[in-house]
Write a protein that binds this ligand. Structure first.
Ligand code: AMP
Length: 188
């Protein structure tokens, strides 16, 4: 299965992604994790991306698409993949469709929206320890979510693959909702 997770920062995408990849036995492709590793390793990508991340802004598409293209060529995505934090805008979404078609002749199976309201997001993010979780940066990241990422919901709704998940509740409750939303499809 090829699945993407959409939701504001702090919606619980990361936690639920880890459970879902284990359940489905597919690789977890998180652009945020890849970028944070590149920053730590001071690779050219990390050096370019770091300032955008610190400011809570989206890293330019050419950097992201190159990173994702390289990752998808590793040969472990044939049976599916979970995309976490990617795509973040319509340009990336169109690029992902093209990559999936070209590399695997396949389309996306599901776009899961983690639905959590802003007040809860701010409460959750305030308790985290990441350098990009300072209040001003949180506001910027929420802004980029609302302006650039939310249009993806309509994009995927029109393609019939959007599934809205209520992100409020225990981790087990949310995970059960995700499995239900994916329907009767068995782990691949
Ligand atoms: P995340 O862990 O997904 O919240 O990502 C952390 C930061 O990495 C974001 O605030 C962006 O600066 C950057 N980032 C991650 N994924 C993307 C993406 N697909 N497009 C642009 N920037 C991204």
């Amino acid at each position: 299965m090829r699945i993407i997770f959409i939701g504001p920062p702090g919606a619980g995408k990361g936690t639920q992604s880890l459970r879902l990849v284990e359940y489905l036995g597919i690789p977890h492709l998180s652009t945020g994790d890849m970028l944070r590793q590149a920053v730590v390793e001071r690779t050219p990508t990390g050096v370019l991306a770091g300032p955008y991340m610190d400011a809570g802004q989206l890293v330019p598409d050419d950097i992201i698409l190159k990173l994702m293209d390289e990752r998808m060529r590793k040969g472990d995505c044939g049976r599916g993949a979970l995309f976490d934090g990617f795509p973040r805008n319509l340009h990336q979404a169109a690029a992902l469709d093209r990559m999936l078609e070209k590399m695997f002749g396949q389309a996306l199976d599901a776009a899961l929206e983690m639905n959590v309201d802003d007040a809860e997001i701010i409460r959750r993010l305030s308790g985290r320890q990441r350098t990009d979780d300072r209040p001003a940066v949180i506001a910027e990241r929420l802004k980029s979510y609302w302006h650039e990422t939310r249009p993806l919901l309509e994009y995927y709704r029109q393609r019939g693959v959007l599934r809205v998940i209520d992100g409020i509740g225990t981790q087990d409750q949310v995970f059960d909702r995700i499995k239900a939303a994916l329907g009767r499809q068995q782990p691949v």
